[in-house]
Design a protein around this ligand. Structure first.
Ligand code: PHB
Length: 389
């Protein structure tokens, strides 16, 4: 074979390789253990997006690589993130259910030249941990702030706050206390519980003893939120007329059947309800239900964080033509706006977090299903908890 032909063959081979890259997305989340349903919702959101959009972008094929992180474990999160970048060669990182896990992974991104799209972790400060972090979920500061207005409109004057003692709990408490006191309300007590608390009876007694008219609470969605809600009912607080106010983590849809009629009327503020009425959500719910195994009652908010996260990653891949350039990939999604299943959203170019509607919802029973029924909209909410670094 002559030299020219050889060179031509080499060129054809290398360009065909370059033309058909596999883009790997490493997804870290709780796929086993007590919070496995939250991880299944990550996967359902990803699978729904792939089912509706296909797994190719231009000439690139997407491959998802999952890593299981059953509980909040920053050291293990850093180890898995490192392994995904170095051994697995992922081009994008995504997922991260708990704040400490996202925080531990963020410092690795710049050296690895890999963007990270947070599908859930909801502490405002996460986006400051690396310029390569983009978030498609919510912050607890963002979801908790409007609840102060709701409380005042309902003439609730004395409130006790109870939160999990870590990032999103502290943000949730700070947001609510700030907005509620600014609106003239009184906080009678603020309690922070260790993250691993699962006996809530003593806390319910403390809430009763505080003399508060309402309790504002945040815990990360999972078995503990259901336990907290059951304790609220079983210890007689609901019957005693102590109103419960919370961001929607506490009434995630898969927990509603277990709470049954006891949940009816509960008020929460959140960015997404599975019952949200829009064509985009209808399409999403059909695809995500199929992806999660056929039971719509298993769907919860992490699925929409993942679905929108896949959209954002697809835009990054499209714009960089599959080239590994984290800075360029993040740059192109700053200011991106689209209609999510949750409603209109846009990525704030300053903090790479979503500006979105926050809805007041009331637990209702419709067509044989307990739902979070949206009854009021707080439009275009930024993240009031974000402070420029
Ligand atoms: C978090 O750790 O950031 C987190 C987890 C679950 C939630 C909300 C926030 O429901």
């Amino acid at each position: 074979m002559n030299k020219v032909l050889l060179a031509g063959l080499a060129f054809a081979l290398s360009s065909s390789v370059a033309l058909a890259d596999t883009i790997k997305i490493g997804v870290v989340g709780p796929f086993s253990g007590p919070a496995a349903l939250q991880g299944r919702n990550f996967q359902a959101g990803i699978d729904a997006w792939l089912a509706l959009n296909g797994n190719t972008i231009g000439d690139d094929t997407i491959e998802i690589v999952y890593r299981d992180l059953p509980a909040a474990d920053p050291a293990q999160s850093a180890a898995l993130t490192q392994e995904l970048i170095v051994s697995e060669g992922v081009h994008y990182l995504a997922g991260y259910y708990y704040t400490p896990d996202a925080m531990a992974a963020a410092p690795i991104l710049e050296e690895g030249n890999v963007p990270m799209v947070v599908f859930n972790a909801a502490t405002s400060a996460i986006v400051n941990a690396s310029p390569y972090v983009v978030r498609t979920s919510f912050t607890t500061f963002q979801t908790s702030t409007p609840m102060a207005e709701v409380a005042r409109e309902r003439d609730l004057n004395k409130i006790i706050t109870v939160v999990s003692d870590y990032g999103p709990g502290v943000d949730s408490e700070t947001a609510f206390v700030r907005a509620f006191t600014a609106a003239g309300g009184e906080i009678v007590e603020s309690v922070r519980m260790p993250m691993n608390t699962n006996d809530f009876s003593p806390m319910m007694q403390r809430i009763k003893d505080s003399g508060a008219e309402a309790v504002f609470a945040f815990l990360p969605a999972g078995p503990a939120t259901l336990g907290f809600m059951q304790a609220y009912v079983e210890n007689g607080l609901k019957d005693a007329g102590v109103t419960l106010l919370a961001p929607g983590d506490l009434t995630q849809e898969p927990d509603l059947a277990a709470l049954g009629d006891n949940a009816l009327g509960l008020l929460t503020t959140f960015h997404y309800a599975v019952s949200h009425d829009s064509p985009e959500n209808e399409e999403f719910v059909v695809a995500a239900t199929k992806a999660i195994g056929g039971n719509a009652a298993d769907l919860s908010f992490p699925a929409v964080g993942a679905y929108d996260g896949m959209y954002v990653i697809s835009k990054m891949i499209e714009a960089t033509g599959g080239e590994q350039d984290a800075a360029a990939a993040v740059e192109v999604v700053k200011g991106l706006s689209w209609t999510s299943p949750r409603g209109p959203v846009s990525i704030n170019p300053e903090n790479r977090h979503l500006t979105q509607n926050i809805y007041l919802r009331e637990v209702a029973f419709e067509d044989g299903l307990y739902i979070n029924k949206e009854i009021q909209t707080f439009e275009n909410q930024g993240d009031p908890g974000w402070v420029a670094p």
